[in-house]
Design a protein around this ligand. Structure first.
Ligand code: KG4
Ligand code: ZN
Length: 340
């Protein structure tokens, strides 16, 4: 039997310090996540300077825990996969510096990973049958992309948001109705008590770009609706706002994804990123995929939001292709998908 390949993944691009060990690209031996949400909540969003400091406090501990939980040591690690962009530069640098230090000290190959390519790769963890080509809807706090995964590590962007990311829209609307940060899970929960057809919010289309998204008009429509209620002295039904807003986002995401899948002939559709943990979005996509005889894949919520298991999985496929990063690998805050 061949010796299994063990990848240590490290992620610190935003407000989660995470490390994980993945075996042969698909099996999770450990997945340790230290979230800073409780601290950033106090400020209504992620404060970059605080994020960097907290990453420094946690990174070594999280890596040690990941190795311990996986019952392994650095001597058995074949490569270190680390997020080097996109993300907050100060936050990225912490994980990256830790990864480079270990790589240098222990002479372990280093593989730089794109955060979004990591999110997409989260789908491989629980779906051993999933292989490219497939279409993936990436919906996170900072990104909304429709990505064609042509081969392992080979991506083409089919559509993107022109303004706010889907998660950002969730966070901003949540703040407007006083739900706090992060808004996505809170809107998800509150919308279960509301009527999604109560308020007619817009479903935006981008002219001549059928797979692109725009959420800023929807966000403004929600804010205008709240203002007009207040002007009239009417009480805002928060649950109805949450449910109607969420439905407007989901309708657009599902419509564009399904059109792209059908027009481009994809038989497999996946979803990734923090917003992919939204139950209604998953259900809506699953239903449409079933109608079209398209296979639908989604990660469990723990692999949707930021984690290092997904980074190690993406890193495994890069490692297998022979990709190695030098110790001069730098953080790239606006790294593009497919860029090296
Ligand atoms: O992927 P992620 O953890 O971080 C980024 O790379 O951005 O995504 C975080 C985003 C936040 O905007 C959060 O509000 C949203 O994902 N989110 C959700 C849900 N859970 C997290 N949005 C809608 N419904 C959810 N259940
Ligand atoms: Zn993310």
């Amino acid at each position: 039997m061949e010796t299994p390949i063990k990848i240590l993944g490290i992620e610190s691009s935003c407000d989660e310090t995470a490390a994980a060990v993945i075996i042969n690209g698909r099996t999770v031996a450990s997945n340790v996540i230290s979230s800073q949400i409780e601290i950033h909540k106090l400020y209504g969003g992620v404060v970059p300077e605080i994020a960097s400091r907290k990453h420094i406090e946690k990174v070594n501990q999280v890596i040690e825990e990941a190795l311990k939980e996986a019952e392994t040591s650095l001597d058995e690690i074949d490569a270190i996969a680390v997020t080097y962009g996109p993300g907050l530069v100060g936050a990225l640098l912490v994980g990256l510096s830790a990864a480079k230090a270990i790589s240098f000290a222990k002479n372990i190959p280093l593989v730089g990973v794109h955060h979004i390519e990591g999110h997409i790769s989260a789908n491989y963890i629980e779906h051993p049958d999933l292989e490219p080509p497939f279409l993936c809807l990436v919906v996170s706090g900072g990104h909304t992309h429709l990505v064609a995964v042509k081969e392992y590590g080979e991506y083409e962007i089919i559509g993107r948001t022109r303004d706010d990311a889907a998660g950002e829209a969730f966070d901003k609307v949540a703040r407007a109705i006083g739900l706090g940060y992060p808004g996505g899970p809170k809107i998800d929960k509150l919308s279960k008590e509301g009527d999604s057809s109560a308020i007619a919010f817009p479903r935006a289309k981008v002219e001549n770009a059928p797979y692109d998204f725009s959420f800023s008009g929807l966000k403004s429509a929600v804010l205008n609706y709240i203002n007009s209620c207040q002007m009239k002295g009417e009480e805002v039904n928060k649950a109805n706002v949450a449910a109607s807003f969420q439905k407007a986002v989901i309708d657009v995401l599902v419509e564009h994804t399904m059109n792209a899948a059908k027009n481009l002939g994809y038989k497999k559709v996946a979803i990734a990123g923090g917003v992919a943990s939204n139950g209604n979005l998953k259900q809506a996509l699953l239903k449409e995929c079933q109608k079209e005889n398209i296979e639908f894949y989604s990660p469990s919520p723990i692999y949707c939001t930021d984690n290092a298991a997904m980074i190690a999985v993406a890193g495994y496929y890069e490692y297998q292709k022979g990709v190695r990063s030098g110790l001069d690998l730098n953080a790239v805050p606006n790294l593009k998908i497919g860029q090296r």
